[in-house]
Ligand binder design. Structure first.
Ligand code: GDP
Length: 440
């Protein structure tokens, strides 16, 4: 995410970090570079200018020239200002109203339908709500079908009236249906056009007026950079929406939209979309995003994702197995699957401070575990629980079965053995023993 911007900001600030004492001249130089980095990332011109002016004022106000670690102070100032620019605080979603009505707006292809599904799924699983999805696109039957497919996938009912050509009526009927059938959130997906046009704007304004939603969300493709900001402006003038959703942040996005949108329309980014799957949705946290942009990682999100996958009962069972020396390859496979559920490897690595930058040219793909999984799948159940029985001929068979080499099988067995020993020591309360094992 935002690799290029991170890189350029890092280079700009690096100059200052290296200086024992710095001058007003090189602060100005650095900020010029910062501004260039922001403009290259497609940040709005005015936003970039104001940004560097503010940082400069604060830097001079805080006597950055005379502090012991001027570089670090500058990084902090840039980070704080980036956070502020992206909205400061995390903005929640308003779930008041019975039912809560949420209206989706945005251009065609921005990801409205996908996000409607993601949000329904998020509210259902995290907030234990009972959402209803509503298809209000009266022009493209395919769009109605798409929402039904999404609904089936996540187990959420979809309300549609394929014969009705009046989106206001469909939305109103859907809300009545929700009230009668105990749905407490109604998510209305609307028709989009490829570009802003008056007919579309009138249609969505009419729906908006008629259903008076608690949340009007503007969905925008982050890949479109400055265009995203301009479209946001146009929609905001008509709908005065409550929040923004930036989709496709998993792609090769430069970051301009994320950084400029709040300052241009003065509405917070509430969620981001990071993939096509239904669980690729994240609440937008400005401070964490600023950390990521500056290559500081995002440990908080990483831990949160781990906690989401963490099942206490499973963990207890696993602990018992480790204590009894029964941790086998099936458990190992299980653990790999848990990690994979946390997200794409590239995304996870990006959350580790420094790792994103250090490994940015390394091709990290989600196939990283494929070889390991294939090897384990080629083992018999007995071999998985008792790896010690895996002799030379078994190794050969496993290698052939998994399309790997005996060397790779050996490597995995060795790693597994070391890991088992390590876990056993940690269990025995032996932090000390572990240090000994590590050669201390
Ligand atoms: P709509 O016309 O606004 O309803 O847009 P869709 O929901 O149909 O999305 C358009 C395309 O973008 C589809 O192919 C989606 O799978 C894809 N898409 C949506 N959100 C994301 C995202 O966060 N990441 C990626 N990579 N693709 C997305």
């Amino acid at each position: 995410m935002f690799d290029n911007l991170s890189d350029k900001l890092d280079k700009a600030l690096h100059v200052l970090k290296g200086h024992g004492s710095i001058t007003e001249v090189n602060v100005a130089e650095t900020l010029k570079e910062v501004r260039r980095a922001l403009l290259d990332a497609d940040v709005n011109f005015k936003t970039a200018k104001e940004f560097t002016n503010t940082v400069k004022e604060k830097a001079l106000g805080q006597n950055v020239l005379t502090t012991l670690q001027p570089g670090q102070l500058m990084v902090k100032l840039v980070k704080d200002e980036l956070t502020e620019l992206m909205g400061g605080e995390t903005a929640g979603i308003n779930l008041s109203g019975t039912p809560t009505v949420i209206l989706m707006s945005g251009l065609q292809g921005s990801g409205k339908t996908t996000f409607s599904g993601k949000l329904a799924n998020y509210l259902k699983t995290k907030k234990t709500k009972k959402p209803l999805l509503v298809a209000c696109d009266i022009y493209r039957p395919a769009a109605i079908n798409q929402l039904h497919v999404v609904g089936d996938q996540i187990g959420v009912e979809v309300y549609s009236e394929p014969e009705n050509k009046n989106p206001v009526q469909i939305a109103q009927n859907a809300i009545a249906h929700a009230k009668q059938n105990g749905f407490n959130v109604v998510i209305v997906d609307t028709a989009g056009r490829l570009a802003i046009d008056e007919a579309m704007m009138t249609e969505i304004s009419n729906v908006h007026k008629a259903i008076n939603p608690q949340e009007t969300i503007f969905v925008v493709d982050a890949m479109t950079g400055q265009d995203a900001v301009n479209t946001a402006k146009a929609f905001n003038e008509r709908l005065n929406f409550d929040g923004v959703v930036l989709t496709k942040l998993d792609g090769d996005t430069r970051g301009g939209a994320a950084i400029s949108i709040k300052s241009v329309v003065d509405k917070p980014i509430k969620f981001i979309g990071t993939g096509e799957k239904m669980d690729a949705i994240d609440v937008f946290h400005p401070a964490r995003m600023a950390d990521r942009i500056l290559g500081m990682g995002d440990v908080v999100s990483l831990v949160e994702r781990a906690q989401e996958q963490f099942d206490e009962e499973e963990a207890r069972k696993l602990q018992k197995k480790i204590a009894k020396n029964q941790f086998g390859f099936d458990d190992f496979l299980n653990q790999i699957q848990q990690v994979k559920k946390m997200g794409s490897m590239k995304d996870l690595v990006g959350m580790i401070p420094g790792a994103g930058k250090a490994l940015k040219d390394v091709d990290i793909d989600d196939d990283a575990f494929k070889g390991i999984e294939a090897i384990i799948h080629s083992m018999t159940p007995k071999e998985r629980t008792e790896p010690a029985i895996i002799n030379g001929s078994r190794k050969k068979r496993i290698a052939i079965g998994s399309g790997t080499s005996v060397q790779q099988v050996n490597q995995l067995l060795k790693q597994f053995d070391q890991m088992s020993k390590m876990m056993k020591m940690m269990q025995g309360g032996g932090g000390r023993k572990m240090m000994q094992a590590m050669g201390k």
